[in-house]
Ligand binder design. Structure first.
Ligand code: HEC
Length: 376
């Protein structure tokens, strides 16, 4: 055991004694160390494990085996994907609270709320590239409307017909970020439907897309992105699983944080099939309003009720706009909050003839935050 390891144990012993901790918090002082700035707090309480440079002390001196998810605070790609409240949850309640290693201690007793906010602000300074979009702008994903934030996600969706012809359409959507502002996306549908008493199923028209964030600001709480995608006719047309036509789609997506944990998202764009005699061109305009409710004083499970208003109009003379309303809620499933689910109902509001009420559902896995089995 190294002297450094003893130093870690010693400083931990100072931090965590059940009775002494609250005293420390009240006096705001650590034996002999001022705790007035984020830097001072970091130097006193965090540096032994996280290192003066924020990259983490070497394993040989830290005295513990680093988990794969051990943070390097200089890596903007890792840190900007976490919200301040995600970090606060771990600092206040310890690693286990979010399904991380218990080596990360709880500081909720040893440090005041203000000191924890100060040390988080200090941690943010380790990322030197301010253009990375911040996770606070990563608004809850609605069932239909695409969001502006570039993501590392796998989403499995299901759409079930609640009336009319029995059928279910599943999508596997894979999203991966690259660079500071980009994301690629592959969306593969699998459809199962009943036709004349027989069930048919198979792969549908599959799309490949590229999203780019154009503007984001934590100060104004807004993010704006553009996406272009090509939808390839892989689905069997005669079975009704595909259109038989290659289609290009382009859209703009905008997210806005509102006071009181509310938020607004817009997505507007066009579907441009290459053979418009088969499938008409169309425009769509989707809006989401919602609000976040967080358990455990803003650090625990997240519930996000939302309503989507979906408009779709074929670009043909005399065509009418189809309006749908989709009430729903998203909830985080596990402690780490990187697995989430959303359920809602899509209700046609205009031109309802031949358009069915559908039940929509997804499970989302933010794979950058850990394996499916981690964080429970
Ligand atoms: C005894 C060593 C130790 C000390 C002291 C320590 N940490 Fe940690 N910290 C860890 C470990 C280990 C992890 C990684 C946990 C994991 O990924 O399972 C971690 C993870 C974190 C994370 C990342 C959570 C996430 O969402 O990825 C933050 C933020 C953090 N620590 C902040 C702090 C702050 C601030 C302090 C000081 C007030 C501090 N730590 C003190 C060991 C420590």
């Amino acid at each position: 055991m190294t002297a450094r390891f003893h130093a870690v144990l010693f400083s931990l012993a100072l931090l965590i004694p059940p009775s002494g901790a609250s005293l420390l918090a009240q006096t705001g002082s650590y034996p002999g160390l001022p705790l007035n700035t984020g830097k001072q707090i970091y130097q006193a309480a965090c540096v032994a494990c996280h290192g003066a440079d924020g990259k983490g002390t070497p394993e040989s001196t830290a005295g513990f085996k680093k988990p794969d998810s051990f943070p390097d605070f200089t890596r903007c790609d890792q840190t900007t994907a976490e919200m301040d409240t995600d970090w606060k949850a771990v600092i206040v309640h310890g690693g286990q609270f979010r399904g991380f290693s218990q080596i990360m201690p709880a500081f909720g007793e040893a440090l005041t709320n203000k000191q924890i906010d100060q040390v988080i602000a200090y941690l943010r300074g380790f990322c030197r590239v301010p253009s990375w979009p911040r996770a606070e702008l990563n608004l809850p994903r609605a069932l239909v409307t695409e969001k502006a934030y570039p993501e590392d996600e796998v989403v499995a969706t299901a759409t079930l017909n609640a009336q009319g012809t029995p059928g279910v359409e599943n999508h596997i959507v894979y999203e991966q970020r690259f660079g500071v502002k980009n994301q690629i996306e592959i969306d593969m549908p699998f459809t199962f439907q009943q036709q004349n008493g027989t069930w048919y199923g198979g792969v549908g028209d599959t799309s490949l897309g590229w999203k780019r964030e154009i503007f984001s600001s934590l100060r104004t709480g807004s993010i704006f992105s553009l996406q272009g995608e090509a939808i390839f006719p892989l689905g069997n047309k005669s079975r009704g699983l595909g259109t038989g036509v290659t289609t290009f789609e382009t859209f703009a997506a905008y997210g806005q944080l509102l006071p009181g944990d509310a938020f607004l998202q817009f997505q507007g764009g066009a579907e441009l099939p290459t053979h418009t005699d088969v499938v008409p061109q169309s425009l769509f305009w989707n809006t989401v309003v919602g609000r976040n409710f967080t358990q455990d004083k803003g650090l625990g499970r997240l519930w996000s009720p939302m309503v989507e208003f979906l408009a779709n109009r074929d670009l043909a003379t005399g065509a009418k706009t189809d309006w749908d309303v989709v009430p729903q809620f998203e909830v985080t499933i596990n402690k780490r909050q990187h697995i989430r689910a959303d359920i809602g109902v899509r209700i046609p509001a205009t031109n309802t003839a031949g358009r069915q009420i559908q039940v929509l559902f997804y499970v989302l896995w933010d794979w950058q935050d850990g394996k499916l089995t981690e964080g429970w």
